[in-house]
Design a protein around this ligand. Structure first.
Ligand SMILES: [Zn+2]
Length: 251
């Protein structure tokens, strides 16, 4: 995640393997997902929300992990606090993988792309069952398909989380996926000043997103989140100019 570093392993961690990738779910993941969905309504709605967030973030990280494997690295997936991460396995020899701007950009894009594919599958399923796409966006309780409000909610959440999550992640903001892409692109065009330019873009883009969130969306959450990212991008910029940037991948 962006705000907190990866938490140490606990007894309450959930471990399993997915397509050969070790997956660890921190208890913080459930806590924050519940907090974010607490206003969704009753317990059934909350359960649907948490399930959608779980599947969506897992699929996003799986996209990164599959791309890492494609380029020759072992990966592991961790879901914690506000999101997830796919990291290179510490035992994987970095020399074996392709570490090029192209592979880094494709690994970063693979997360949002996996979410867009999942959203596309949901849309395909709607058409496959001969339902109107618009019915999912009319008010629940009106229209001819009143049979299953939970299904309607599931579809709305799936599209909302996967499309929005992907788009937000593509903003050129550190340490989001778009920030990694922007860093690689700036460095391709300007190896000497690329990182500084991409960090300035990150400060400006996250600052603009914070203002947009506060003023237009009237969302304190979005405002605070991007305000924090603008601040941390500025801190990273200062640290880099002093010569102490460590790097890192989140979300
Ligand atoms: Zn990502």
């Amino acid at each position: 995640m962006v705000f907190l570093s990866e938490p140490p392993p606990t007894q309450a961690d959930l471990h399993f393997s997915l397509f050969g990738f070790p997956v660890r779910i921190s208890p913080w993941f459930w806590g924050v997902s519940i907090l974010m969905g607490i206003r969704s309504g009753g317990p059934q709605e909350l359960l649907t929300w948490v399930g959608v967030v779980f599947v969506s973030i897992l699929v996003h990280e799986l996209g990164h992990a599959l791309a890492m494997r494609y380029f020759g690295w072992n990966a592991r997936i961790t879901l914690y606090a506000f999101g997830g991460m796919a990291a290179y396995e510490s035992n994987s020899a970095m020399q074996q993988g392709q570490n090029s701007p192209r592979s880094q950009i494709l690994i970063s894009l693979a997360g949002p792309a996996a979410g867009f594919v999942l959203a596309g599958l949901v849309v395909a399923a709607i058409y496959a069952t001969n339902r109107s796409f618009y019915f999912f966006f009319t008010t629940i309780g009106q229209g001819p398909y009143l049979d299953n409000p939970q299904l309607i909610l599931l579809v709305r959440y799936m599209l909302f989380v996967n499309v929005l999550w992907g788009l937000v992640n593509l903003l050129p903001v550190y340490p989001l996926d778009g920030g990694q892409v922007s860093r690689e692109l700036f460095m391709l065009f300007n190896p000497r000043r690329g990182i500084v330019q991409s960090l300035w873009l990150s400060v400006i883009a996250s600052g603009a997103a914070a203002v947009f969130g506060l003023m237009l969306m009237e969302s304190l959450y979005v405002g605070l989140m991007f305000g924090f990212l603008a601040y941390s991008s500025y801190q990273t910029l200062q640290a880099y100019l002093r010569g102490g940037y460590g790097g890192g991948r989140g979300w």
